[in-house]
Design a protein around this ligand. Structure first.
Ligand code: HEM
Length: 518
């Protein structure tokens, strides 16, 4: 019954749109196309979710768009835009011509690209009967079949649930905050006045130490260095030709993974001998503690390596971008510094160490992180493959096609965010970032389980950085493809603050940073 009613709705709005199109014959063809698409898909408020159904029912058309050239499709234009300062220009052009959802052929697959927050939300929230993750061939091969990034159904839900609950737990945050502070202080302790520091390298180093501590409780030392080397070799093949022959890039990466898995399996065996602790210390403990014996040593060790893929680079890039944006925005830097100085003084007066909730309670600092996530688009979007014909908001997504939910276009949409290319942390004051217009961590069943950890790590780094140093940034620019990073690694000249510096002098320092930067 519902389906029938929804069908009528779609059908009627189609009639309406063709009526409008006929009346608008004098309008230019591009705006007509876009208008037609927009009119046809406007749903009554709150009802879009129910309008999804199999295409065997009437309604639901393949989105407009072009599949480009044979074989390569539109990949060359997609990549050339991705390499430019405005990667979203590929999408912008097509949004103007076809509407927010359109078809294309990129990276070897026929793909429906969604820059519509509601359509993307639906896709993210669907289960594996409808959409499954889709990665390039080399990545699929390197991750293995039992990776959390690839598995589906009940096993995925269980592993995701276990890891997510642990990473969010206040027990882990208490414990890891101390490690984070230690690693950050050790790193900053090596910085010398008037010396060039590459923020991207520093944060990568700290980020890896934290990740390995959370996953397998390994402390800095020889084993960690070995793991770091192997991991670098491993990720070098993530985007490579899917050819596994001796000497090939993929083969070398698979060999590196084997060596890492061996090390992790030894750790697992030691832990099995010790017996499980009352409170888990790391992700291995969490998975070993699961009562279901489906979780084999092989599955656990493989997943420890696979968990490093989304965790390793993303937080360092988040911190690096925050420092880039703050270097260009003296008022935001001033307010952030004042907020953090105040906390530091309060805690020092009370003779208390800082705990994770102190860092997370800094509202302006959190707004700076949120705004960095919005502008930086560290994960530009996610890819899924349709397991059956699906219709959403009047669009048909055919079985076997890929879907690319492109967050960047939503995060930089001027209808959703005023002056979207301006770094403006104040826009988040009294605003809830958990809307479908803001999805830096994805959503639904695959919502990033590391999101709290990422925010905490960034908050701790920023706190120690702005309360201990002033800096002058050298010129650098953001590269967006194949991953987001700073071209030169964000070089800055640092100067240690004297303890006597007042918040007012921070203002001057901030403005100096800005002036020097220009
Ligand atoms: C700024 C930092 C981060 C960003 C922007 C980010 C973003 C994302 C996004 C968008 C997804 C969804 C992928 C999808 O739907 O296919 C995701 C998934 C995931 N993230 Fe993160 N992430 C960050 C940090 C981390 C960290 C620190 C960890 C680990 C400790 C982590 C572990 C994961 C895992 C395991 C998944 C896969 C979940 C699943 O498929 O069930 N992430 N992340």
């Amino acid at each position: 019954m519902h389906i029938f009613q929804q069908g009528v709705l779609v059908y009627n709005s189609d009639l309406f749109s063709s009526f409008r199109s006929q009346r608008g014959l004098n309008r230019d063809p591009l705006s007509l196309l876009a208008a037609r698409r927009e009119e046809r898909v406007v749903p009554p408020k709150g009802s879009w979710r129910r309008r999804i159904r199999s295409s065997t029912h009437r309604g639901g058309q393949l989105p407009l768009g072009s599949l480009g050239w044979p074989l390569v499709g539109e990949t060359l234009e997609f990549i050339s835009c991705a390499l430019s300062d405005h990667p979203e220009s590929f999408m912008d052009k097509r949004r103007r011509m076809y509407g927010k959802v359109f078809k294309s052929h990129i990276l070897g697959s026929r793909t429906i690209i969604s820059t519509d927050a509601e359509v993307s939300k639906f896709i993210l929230q669907s289960d594996a009967k409808v959409f499954v993750p889709s990665y390039p061939g080399s990545l699929t091969e390197l991750m293995g079949k039992s990776s959390i990034l690839q598995i589906n159904g009940s096993l995925h839900r269980r592993i995701h649930g276990l890891i997510g609950a642990f990473l969010k737990s206040s027990h882990l945050k208490d414990q890891i905050t101390q490690d984070m502070q230690k690693y950050v202080q050790q790193s900053m302790g090596r910085w010398k006045d008037d010396k060039l520091i590459y923020i991207q390298d520093e944060t990568k180093n700290i980020g890896f130490q934290i990740l390995v501590k959370v996953l397998i409780s390994l402390d800095p030392g020889k084993e960690m260095e070995y793991l770091r080397q192997q991991f670098q070799e491993f990720i070098a093949g993530l985007i490579s030709l899917p050819i596994n022959l001796p000497g090939s890039r993929l083969h070398r990466s698979l060999q590196a993974k084997k060596r890492m898995v061996k090390l992790v399996q030894e750790i697992i065996q030691d832990k099995r001998k010790e017996g499980s602790p009352t409170v888990p210390r790391d992700v291995i403990d969490v998975l070993l503690g699961d009562t279901n014996d489906q979780l084999t040593d092989e599955l656990i060790s493989d997943n420890m390596i696979d968990l490093m893929i989304p965790g390793e680079d993303s937080v360092p890039v988040l911190i690096t971008l925050a420092i880039k944006y703050l270097s260009d925005s003296p008022l935001a830097l001033q307010q952030l510094t004042e907020e953090n100085m105040k906390l530091k003084t309060l805690k020092a007066q009370a003779g208390e160490p800082l705990c994770w909730s102190d860092y997370m309670s800094l509202s302006f600092t959190q707004n700076v992180i949120t705004e960095t996530l919005r502008m930086g688009n560290i994960i530009v979007g996610v890819m899924r493959k349709a397991m059956k014909d699906v219709e959403v908001k009047g669009y048909l997504i055919p079985k076997g096609w890929c879907v690319f939910t492109y967050f960047r276009s939503v995060h930089l949409d001027e209808h959703l965010y005023d002056w979207p290319y301006q770094f403006n942390p104040w826009r988040w004051q009294d605003k809830d970032p958990s809307t479908c217009n803001f999805t830096p961590f994805g959503g639904g069943q695959r919502l990033c389980p590391g999101l709290d950890l990422a925010r905490l790590e960034a908050s701790i780094f920023l706190h120690h950085f702005v309360t201990q140093f002033r800096w002058v940034a050298e010129g650098d620019s953001v590269v967006n493809f194949p991953t987001v990073r700073m071209k030169r690694g964000m070089p800055i000249w640092v100067k240690r603050r004297s303890n006597l510096q007042s918040p007012t002098s921070e203002k001057v320092a901030g403005q100096q940073n800005q002036m020097n930067d220009k």
